[in-house]
Ligand binder design. Structure first.
Ligand SMILES: [Zn+2]
Length: 123
């Protein structure tokens, strides 16, 4: 799996999609992070890369220089910060739209989360 460590590389990947999202993808809003709805078939997404270096130290810091929070639609996509340092990059097989996904593991739950990879938000 391609490890993406370079901001420019991630940005150019994000910019490779400039079409319209397919009807499957439109079921997701995920401008900010959201839990993947049970009705959404993740089989339509294929992994194209990862932002997760295997030997990286755990980092739970979030990056919000402009007063955003974890769920904000305007929260920056900051490589190296939580949860982007645990995310994989996926692409819709139908329309080519790009997403970030990671799994939140709480004490009693596992939550699959997804967010649109918007090139404007990569910081
Ligand atoms: Zn799609």
């Amino acid at each position: 799996m391609t490890l993406i460590t370079d901001r420019a590389e991630l940005a150019s990947l994000a910019k490779s999609f400039n079409g319209k999202r397919c009807t499957d993808c439109q079921a997701l809003s995920c401008i900010g992070w959201e839990s993947i709805p049970g009705s959404f078939t993740t089989k339509s997404l294929e992994q194209v890369g990862t932002l997760r270096p295997e030997d990286a130290a755990e980092c739970w810091d979030e990056d919000h220089p402009n007063g955003t929070n974890f769920w904000s639609e305007a929260a920056p996509i900051s490589m190296g910060f939580h949860p982007y340092n645990k995310s994989d990059v996926y692409k819709c097989k139908q329309c080519g739209c790009l997403y970030l996904r990671y799994t939140e593991c709480g004490g009693y739950y596992v939550d699959e989360r997804i967010r649109l990879l918007d090139p404007k938000l990569i910081s």
